[in-house]
Design a protein around this ligand. Structure first.
Ligand code: ZN
Ligand code: ZN
Length: 244
């Protein structure tokens, strides 16, 4: 896996949080100290420096960044450490309201896309029919953001915008149960997306589809919203399937 996801992990996760899961850390000025998990010791010589996002043990000399910590801790290679962090941690950061955590595998993609295809296209239709004036205005704002982002290939911004667009649609459907369910599926899809992020090359297409979706909501065009969403979910599944 590539730089994109690695940068994303570094951006979103703090080394002190990840280390803190397995090492008891005590704040000491601008750093944190604890007993080194990699060699036996009774006085703490293991130091985490949040400003630099690094860790170092003055006893055994080991040290590095968030990835090298997981590699040491779990005895894994870089790609495996990256996968662990991206799959298990990063997605928990994304859903800002911290919905819940369910494990998902690539083989779940077909079932997940199937149910999203059904429910989310229905939600898109409802959203187009039910959105309030304020929500239609928000759709217009999202359209200008999409236009402003055209040609941009920053994965983090893309995911952020994708998330906001889909969640806006869920909200506009005005059915709290549907909204909650779709948020749940979105988070699961995000996990799979992270596994393929750097190899999925349909960003421009997706932007066009999002624009269509937001226009349909803005204009109250239910059938167009439904059909566009169906295509959008299918296209996404195919794109991911091709690279996994
Ligand atoms: Zn040590
Ligand atoms: Zn999307």
């Amino acid at each position: 896996m590539a730089v994109g996801v690695a940068a994303e992990v570094k951006n979103k996760l703090a080394v002190v949080d990840v280390v803190g899961e397995s090492v008891t850390l005590k704040k000491a000025g601008t750093t944190y100290k604890g007993l080194c998990p990699f060699h036996g010791e009774k006085t703490p010589s293991f130091v985490v420096t949040p400003q630099r996002e690094t860790w170092h043990c003055f006893g055994c000399g080991l040290g590095g960044d968030i990835f090298s910590f997981v590699m040491q801790r779990d005895g894994v290679t870089f790609p495996e450490a990256l996968r662990t962090l991206a799959q298990e941690k990063l997605v928990e950061v994304y859903p800002r309201r911290g919905i819940f955590v369910t494990s998902v595998e690539v083989r779940d993609l077909a079932s997940l896309s199937e149910v999203r295809g059904l429910l989310e296209s229905a939600a898109a239709r409802l959203a187009a029919e039910r959105a309030t004036r304020e929500e239609r205005r928000e759709a217009t704002t999202l359209i200008s953001e999409l236009d402003g982002n055209a040609g941009e290939h920053d994965e983090r911004r893309l995911i952020d915008l994708d998330q906001r667009i889909h969640r806006h649609i869920y909200r506009c459907a005005h059915n709290p149960f549907l909204e909650e369910t779709l948020n749940e599926y979105y988070v699961l899809t995000l996990r799979i997306w992270f596994l393929a992020l750097d190899r999925v090359a349909r960003l421009d297409e997706a932007v066009g589809e999002h624009r269509d979706l937001m226009e349909a909501i803005r204009d109250g065009d239910g059938p167009r919203a439904e059909e566009t969403m169906r295509r959008h979910i299918q296209g996404f599944e195919q794109a991911i399937r091709q690279v996994l």
